[in-house]
Design a protein around this ligand. Structure first.
Ligand code: FAD
Ligand code: UDP
Length: 401
């Protein structure tokens, strides 16, 4: 590392940018090296060729109960109040023989979902039974619900497992819910409530001008220098001061104990337009399916395909961002598969299990031999962290340094 810097940070996502800013404000000179051609990490957003604000690495919705994190980020952005709502889209069993007839109900599966799935009467009765067993407004994980010995609740648990969890989880992880880390399905519990929001956190929303703008302001500080398109590893090997590394830890140590397993995603972006929207050069994917009213493709920000389709979910960005762009919209379909390490692939999700955690521990022990090296972030810590958790950890680390 060149001598004029006090700290070197590898990566300009949440982990790198938040720690760089916090350190810069303590008077440290920080060099941020980012391998990609842009800042923001996986939260990066940009306009696509049709002028729609998209999230290039998958949909990101900010939510937290951590006031310190929210206040910190709020210095770099205003927020659009957005409460994320997701529905499961499944073939309707009552619609057999009527192609295209589908059922939609809220996810997390809640009291409203129950009535949509079982009809108002039976749904209400089942809801009453669940509340008697667990309490109103309680969140119950699917694995917990499946332990219930009551035959009626057990049958309901089987229904939710089959229609919400098992196929989606097989697509996302290649494994059944009972075979993956229980904390993963616990992110989306059965919710004994009428609250149909995906998250119940005190603070949630979208950066008013997008994530990238927020990161630009965060990194705009006289003590911070950002260099894009640069792999930090060669420089880190020579650094004699503190280093914050937010990339893959197995890669940092040249995969000496073998590669850590990850899941990656293929994103299929599609732009749709109204039949009467005349923009030159605009593709027109399916003339028989014009957009619904208001230039929207679907009813909700995200629709989960929990039973069929090869993709897990479809997200329509305009719902999230509130962008006023009549007549045209962009959606993204997510396809999950095993990460192979091939050129251009991104490791998105650590696969948390005892074997992989043990492999990670070997790399961590190697890193711990270097007191100046700090592993921070979703990749470097091999954890399933949301944005707010990473921001909180970055603030703590900066405090400690
Ligand atoms: P990253 O964002 O991955 O940033 C790491 C950066 O380091 C990258 O830019 C990378 O290019 C760079 N880098 C790596 N190696 C090197 C190197 N050797 N040299 C230089 N640079 C390097 N969280 C939420 O809270 N809400 C959501 O709705 C949400 N949705 C998500 C949807 C998807 C599809 C995914 C995959 C994640 C989602 N997340 C969400 C999680 C969120 O993306 C992470 O919490 C966050 O991005 C973690 O930030 P990070 O800095 O640890 O990692
Ligand atoms: N999940 C599911 N069906 C759903 C939503 C989630 O089975 O409709 C399970 C699935 O295993 C998924 C996990 O719950 O990987 C966590 O879901 P979340 O939406 O939090 O995943 P992320 O947005 O992080 O990909």
């Amino acid at each position: 590392m060149e001598k004029q810097y006090d700290v070197c940070v590898a990566g300009a996502g949440y982990a790198g940018a938040v720690s760089a800013r916090a350190l810069a404000e303590k008077g440290k000179k920080v060099l941020v090296l980012e391998r990609r051609g842009h800042i923001g990490g996986n939260a990066y957003d940009c306009l696509d060729e049709h002028g729609v604000l998209i999230h290039q690495y998958g949909p990101h919705i900010f939510h937290t109960n951590d006031k310190k994190v929210f206040d910190f980020l709020s210095r770099f952005t205003q927020w659009r109040d957005y409460q994320h709502r997701v529905v499961a889209n499944i073939p309707d069993p009552a619609g057999e023989g009527r192609p295209g007839w589908r059922l939609q109900y809220p996810v997390p599966f809640n009291l409203t979902s129950l009535e949509e799935a079982f009809g108002p009467e039976e749904g209400r009765a089942l809801g009453g039974k669940l509340i008697a067993a667990y309490g109103a407004e309680r969140k119950v994980t699917i694995l917990e619900l499946r332990q219930n010995p009551d035959p009626e609740i057990a049958a309901l648990a089987d229904y939710v497992y089959e229609h919400v969890f098992v196929h989606y989880t097989m697509k996302q992880w290649g494994q059944k819910p009972e075979d993956i880390d229980p904390n993963t399905t616990a992110r989306v519990p059965v919710f004994l409530s009428r609250d149909d929001r995906y998250f119940q956190d005190a603070y949630q929303g979208m950066p008013l001008e997008g994530y990238t703008k927020m990161f630009e302001r965060m990194l705009d500080h006289p003590n911070i220098e950002v260099r894009l398109g640069m792999d930090a590893r060669p420089i880190l090997k020579e650094a004699d001061g503190p280093v914050i590394y937010t990339g893959q830890v197995d890669e940092l140590f040249d995969f000496k104990f073998g590669p850590l397993p990850y899941r990656t995603l293929d994103f299929q972006f599609e732009t749709w337009r109204d039949r009467d929207y005349n923009a030159p050069g605009m593709p027109y994917p399916d003339p028989d399916r014009p957009l619904r009213g208001g230039g929207f493709y679907q009813t909700h920000g995200t629709v989960n395909y929990t039973v069929d389709q090869d993709y897990t979910r479809i997200t329509e960005f305009k719902h999230l961002t509130g962008q006023d762009l009549p007549g045209v919209t962009t959606i993204v379909k997510e396809y999950s598969r095993a990460y192979t390490g091939a050129e251009g692939e991104t490791p998105y999700y650590a696969i948390i299990n005892p074997e992989n955690n043990a492999l990670y521990a070997k790399y961590k022990a190697e890193a711990d031999k270097k007191p100046q090296l700090h592993l921070l972030g979703r990749l470097a810590e091999y954890k399933y962290y949301n944005m707010d958790a990473i921001a909180a950890r970055a603030l703590e680390l900066a405090e400690r340094l």
